[in-house]
Design a protein around this ligand. Structure first.
Ligand SMILES: *[C@@H]1O[C@H](CO)[C@@H](O)[C@H](O)[C@H]1NC(C)=O
Ligand SMILES: *[C@@H]1O[C@H](CO)[C@@H](O)[C@H](O)[C@H]1NC(C)=O
Length: 218
C-alpha cells in the first residue's frame, strides 16, 4: 500500500524541468509520432519510443541534486533551445543504422540532465554571491509551478554590511517561524549545517553578536 502510494505520488510529481517549457508537449509529441522511420532495425523503434515517453520521469530520477530542482525561466529556455535543436537535427536525418538513433537520443538525454543540473547549481551559487538574504524567481521542476529560491550570501564588503545582513537573516527567520506550520516551506538554505545554531529553540535568545558568531564559525 505504502509503495503504491509512493509510486503514484512520484509519477504524479515527475514533471522533469524541460516538461515545464511551453513547447515541450508539441515538440515531444512530434518526436514520439515520428520515431517509426528513423532506424533500419525494427527493434530500435520501441526502445526509442520508450526513451521519449519516459523523458520527464527519467530526468527527475537522474538529477540527483542535494538542493530542490528549481530552475529560472531564462535557464530553462536556454536548455530547451539546445535540446530541441539537437533533436530537430537528429530528426532531419532519414533512416539510421541499427542502434544509432536510440544511442543518439540517450546522448541528448544525458547532456540535457547535465545542463539542467548546472543551470540549477549556477543560479544557487550566484545567489550566494550576494550579501545577506537574496531571492530569485524559479519554476519548480517537480510540478511546474512558479516558485522562488531564497539564499543567504556571505559576500559582504564591510562589517556594517555584514551586520545588516545578519539582522536581515534574523528578521527573515523570525517571520518564517511565525508562518502557518502547515503551509510553510523550509527554505533549503536553512537546512544546511551552517544554520543549525539559528534553529527555533535557540532563536528566541539569539542576539546579533551570537548569530554573527555562529555564522562566521560555520
Ligand atoms: C517555442 O515555440 C515558439 C513558437 O513556435 C518559437 O517562437 C520559440 O522559438 C520556441 N522556443 C524554443 C526554445 O524552441
Ligand atoms: C510544487 O513543488 C514544490 C516542491 O518542489 C512545493 O514546495 C510546492 O508546494 C508545490 N506546489 C504545488 C502547487 O503543488
Amino acid at each position: 500500500m505504502a509503495l503504491l502510494v509512493w509510486l503514484g505520488l512520484t509519477a504524479a510529481l515527475a514533471h522533469g524541468c524541460l516538461h515545464c517549457h511551453s513547447n515541450f508537449t508539441e515538440k515531444f509529441s512530434f518526436y514520439r509520432h515520428h520515431v517509426n522511420l528513423k532506424s533500419w532495425w525494427v527493434g530500435d523503434i520501441p526502445v526509442s519510443g520508450e526513451l521519449l515517453s519516459d523523458w520527464s520521469q527519467d530526468t527527475m530520477k537522474e538529477l540527483h541534486l542535494a538542493i530542490p530542482a528549481e530552475i529560472t525561466r531564462e535557464k530553462l529556455e536556454q536548455v530547451a533551445k539546445v535540446v530541441y535543436q539537437r533533436m530537430d537535427l537528429l530528426y532531419r536525418g532519414k533512416m539510421y543504422f541499427p542502434g544509432y538513433f536510440p544511442s543518439e537520443l540517450r546522448a541528448i538525454f544525458r547532456d540535457q540532465v547535465h545542463l539542467i543540473q548546472n543551470a540549477i547549481i549556477e543560479s544557487r551559487i550566484d545567489c550566494q554571491r550576494h550579501c545577506g538574504i537574496f531571492q530569485y524567481e524559479t519554476i519548480s521542476c517537480s510540478n511546474c509551478t512558479d516558485s522562488h529560491v531564497v539564499c543567504f550570501g556571505y559576500n559582504c564588503e564591510s562589517s556594517v554590511q555584514w551586520e545588516t545582513a545578519v539582522q536581515g537573516l534574523l528578521h527573515y527567520i523570525n517571520k518564517w517561524h511565525k508562518e502557518d506550520i502547515k503551509t510553510r516551506n523550509t527554505p533549503a538554505f536553512l537546512i544546511s549545517p551552517g544554520f543549525t545554531c539559528l534553529e527555533p529553540p535557540l532563536l528566541a535568545n539569539l542576539t546579533l553578536e551570537n548569530a554573527s558568531e555562529c555564522l562566521t564559525q560555520h
